[in-house]
Design a protein around this ligand. Structure first.
Ligand SMILES: [Zn+2]
Length: 165
């Protein structure tokens, strides 16, 4: 089965269901090269439309009472394509086993072509007493990877799909 030249997913129709690239049947090598150049340009335009990636953080007071949410900015798609970029804020280290054992659902916010989008994923907090940070990467296949922790201790979550429609 043919693969999308932009995001690498298998194509079941002539238009990629994930990234929207239309498959053009190449008749020879030069046609294929041209298709790849067009797909690369398409991908670059998609990446530049992904902006303002943010983590929705939940705020608690000192008694662990929920106070509300705030958005912590991470990067634009272009800035974090192929590399992890960390948000500016750091979060308090946790070494309480019960707290760490509990998976957490987090919300990532981003804009695609100016439209507000969000996705959720499940993370585990790293076991470290040091303050930790949150990093995001836009991967080659146009999904997010996120990392929580410090440089030496962290947990990762890959293949978080985006809505590119
Ligand atoms: Zn695709």
């Amino acid at each position: 089965m043919a693969k999308c030249l932009c995001c690498g997913r298998e194509l079941s129709t002539s238009r990629c269901a994930y990234c929207g690239l239309r498959e053009v049947i190449a008749l020879d090598d030069s046609g294929l090269r041209k298709s790849q150049i067009d797909a690369d340009a398409y991908k670059e335009s998609l990446i530049s439309k992904i902006t303002d990636i943010r983590l929705q953080a939940y705020e608690y007071d000192d008694n662990l009472n929920y106070k509300g949410t705030s958005a912590v900015r991470i990067a634009d798609g272009k800035t974090c394509f192929g590399r992890y970029v960390s948000c500016a804020e750091t979060f308090q280290g946790v070494d309480n086993a019960a707290v760490i054992a509990k998976p957490r659902v987090i919300t990532l916010l981003y804009k695609f072509d100016g439209k507000e989008r969000k996705t959720t994923c499940t993370i585990r907090l790293p076991k470290c007493k040091d303050n930790w940070t949150f990093e995001a990467k836009l991967c080659e296949n146009l999904t997010f990877s996120i990392r929580t922790g410090t440089k030496s201790i962290h947990t990762e979550q890959d293949n978080i799909s985006l809505d590119l429609t």
